[in-house]
Write a protein of this length. Structure first.
Length: 335
């Protein structure tokens, strides 16, 4: 091995060793923060849950970047929120803070002038303040109604200077608040989907009912007494490869696929043309609720090795809403 190659190998090993050490130290900081979590966190979450307005998150510098992410996470998980730049706030934007809001202030040292000024304004107009800070004796901590302890024993920066472990902890505390509020609100995957309609994530969170072929003219059904010819005509009409069988009350009681027809012909020969739908159908076909996620429909079809699944109305058990096919999910780029 050449001297240059040896140096490169050693350098890469140092990179990995340094990176692993940083991650382990940040993980330890998060474990310590989790152990410190207690009543102030519970009261802060309770305050945010009861808020009639929005959660205004503010912070400057690295804490500003953390604040932006916390606000975005809260907003996307059912808690109205936005980021307020503290310097901009002091130059005319303070008016966005209203009495029904809650102010979440992020400052590791707790002495950032702009952040403290915004917190003072909030207190003057009767807005509750929650602080995430590493200094529980700071000016910000003393102003706040509830303080979340974001202190760390040391930054992972070799000089203990660059905000690293402290920003990770602050970010995680924001995530913890968002998750706690999600749990309290009963915020579901369907709720999440409604707030993320675009992009790859939005497609995966599409609802089954948005992609299905609706029952009725678009999805012809047959009765249990339908003849072989009627079944064949219904299966062929829309070329879905399957037809639902409904009783007189409109309940889905079975399904007949191309495969069922072929199997009937193989078993009965020419006599198959005298069979009724009830004699060919697969009873209790696989179904999914219309409010389920499209990605869940894909998983069910993949597990069962089928290419379509009927959509039913959970509020009216057995009532057919439509049919969703693997082709529909692929066309919508669900997977």
């Amino acid at each position: 091995m050449s001297e240059k190659s040896a140096i490169n190998v050693e350098l890469r090993e140092n990179f990995v060793r340094s990176g692993r050490k940083a991650l382990e130290e940040e993980a330890e900081a998060l474990r310590d923060t989790a152990l410190k979590l207690g009543e102030p966190f519970a009261k802060a979450a309770e305050l945010m849950l009861a808020a009639k307005g929005k959660i205004v998150v503010t912070g400057l510098g690295k804490s500003g970047h953390v604040s932006r992410k916390i606000a975005a996470t809260l907003a996307s998980t059912g808690t109205p929120s936005f980021y307020l730049h503290p310097a901009e706030a002091l130059h005319g934007d303070l008016g966005v803070i209203q009495r029904q809001d809650v102010l979440l202030s992020v400052a590791f040292g707790g002495e950032t002038d702009e952040v403290i000024s915004v917190a003072r304004h909030a207190k003057r107009i009767g807005v509750a303040v929650v602080a995430i800070t590493g200094n529980l004796q700071s000016a910000l901590a003393k102003l706040a109604d509830f303080v979340l302890d974001g202190s760390v024993s040391k930054e992972v920066c070799p000089h203990n200077l660059a905000p690293t472990a402290s920003t990770t902890v602050a970010l995680a505390l924001g995530d913890a608040l968002a998750v706690a509020l999600m749990d309290a609100r009963g915020f579901s995957a369907a709720d999440f989907a409604r707030l993320h309609p675009s992009g790859a994530l939005g497609r995966k969170l599409s609802m089954v009912r948005d992609l299905m072929k609706p029952a009725g003219a678009a999805l012809p059904a047959v009765s249990p007494e339908a003849s072989f010819h009627e079944v064949l005509e219904a299966v062929t009409r829309k070329n879905y490869g399957i037809v639902p069988v409904e009783d007189k009350s409109g309940q889905l009681i079975g399904a007949i696929s191309d495969g069922d027809i072929r199997r009937a012909l193989l078993a009965q020969g020419a006599g198959a043309i005298h069979l009724l739908a009830s004699q060919m159908m697969t009873r209790s076909p696989r179904t999914i609720d219309g409010d389920s996620l499209a990605i869940d429909a894909f998983k069910r079809m993949e597990e069962a090795q089928i290419t379509s699944i009927f959509v039913i109305d959970d509020a009216r058990p057995g009532v057919l809403l439509g049919l969703v096919r693997m082709h529909d999910l692929l066309a919508a780029k669900i997977v």
